[in-house]
Design a protein around this ligand. Sequence first.
Ligand code: HEM
Length: 462
Amino acid sequence: MKEVVSESIGRPTGARFPPGPKGSLVLGVMPEFNRDTLAFITRCREYGDVVRARFFYITCYFLYNPDDIEYVLSTNAKNFIKSMSVRSNFFHRLIGNGLLTSEGDFWRRQRRLAQPAFHRQRISSYGNTMVEYAERMLSLWKAGETRDAHRDMMRLTLEIVAKTLFNADVSGDADRVGRILADIVKPFASQATLKWIVDNRLPTPAHRRFHRLARQIDDIVYRIIEQRRAGGSDEGDLLSMLLQAQDEDGSQMTDKQLRDEVMTLFLAGHETTALTLSWAWYLLARHPEAEAKFHAELDEVLGDRAPTVADLPRLKYAELIAKESMRLYPPAYGVGRQAIDECEIGGYRITSGSQIFAFSWVTHRDPRFFDEPEGFWPDRWTEEFTNRLPKYAYFPFGGGPRGCIGNYFAMMEIILVLATIGRRFKLKLANRRPVEILPAMSLRPRDGIQVVLEHRRSARNY
Ligand code: HEM
């Protein structure tokens, strides 16, 4: 196997600005970026490890070297805030000043308050819900039928997050929040950069609709918070943890802060997980040898029973499937930052206010770090390979202080759901066409993933 080292291409030779595509006079690279985002950000790597690109009037830098990505996300994280796109009106109206969007001391306090809710032990108690809800979904599945696996995974992870967040079975309010959220996010899926920059400030019909839907969500979430405060009981869910969380000075979150965190967790906590599951089913269906290994593990570890949290250490191959799926299809395919003070990255001077992006979609497929980068090969993740890999050559959950707070929750959910479904059903692709990717806020299958269900042999009893 190729030696994995953090090589550099195109390091500066005294140039003031990093190289990059010129783009058009007014819009810069925006048309190219919008035409085919993934191809464009991949092509840009050919310019070097640090690439300069102008979007309309905004200068951006793309980072392709894991060391530089580590510098921005982790070692020098203090010099960076979230990028403009995250601070847009759209995000702000929806998730306010929640963990994903807040900054500075306020963010630090909120992260400290929320952290215990994501403690491994606390999260483990949600394992049963994950399996139970997946089983409930399977009770409606029938061998031979064609289903959209992406839609099913979205629905399932929404139900799971609603239950673990609000202790709500999604027949009621939480379901409505989910549906409105899905509705809200849809038009933005196809919105490209110019709209992010300009249009979302204009009173267009789409904009008015967005605010109307956001108000409806607010009403529901505030009502849930109010009821919970009045009831005063610990429901064992994330909302109870957040309600009880106290800072050292005894202060607690206000209703507005709670609302923002709840919305953040609702939004951040289900689509990303659903996407990983959807892409994993897609990849397994296209790689029968990996699928066979997955089934063999399930038969050996579980036999004829459903998985539990206690099985996680033995569901090793399922974990590698999750890892490799997120390498090829990282749901959050790019992370963005804005430089506070001028700094140097990869030998280039980066001015204050610059927008900086690292694209896991590209880095995860960089042949300098991954042999046969386009191949789905869960077995590549040996301990030796992982130890040799530069830390930020693989970053599906981001990293540093702003890294994903829900990564353990997500991994647990992905493995348990894969195992629960994989034990009973085989998902075969309904057609041979490769699924088209829609790089919206996250990496979605444009028209879902159509699968035909087949009973597993070992699951004859069902
Ligand atoms: C496969 C599933 C997931 C993926 C790929 C993912 C990915 C990410 C990434 C890349 C970031 C960092 C963004 C940045 O640096 O700008 C992040 C942050 C975050 N994620 Fe996740 N996430 C997943 C699941 C979850 C879940 C299940 C939850 C909660 C239940 C969650 C809650 C959050 C929150 C609150 C943040 C902001 C943390 C902070 O800034 O303090 N995520 N996630």
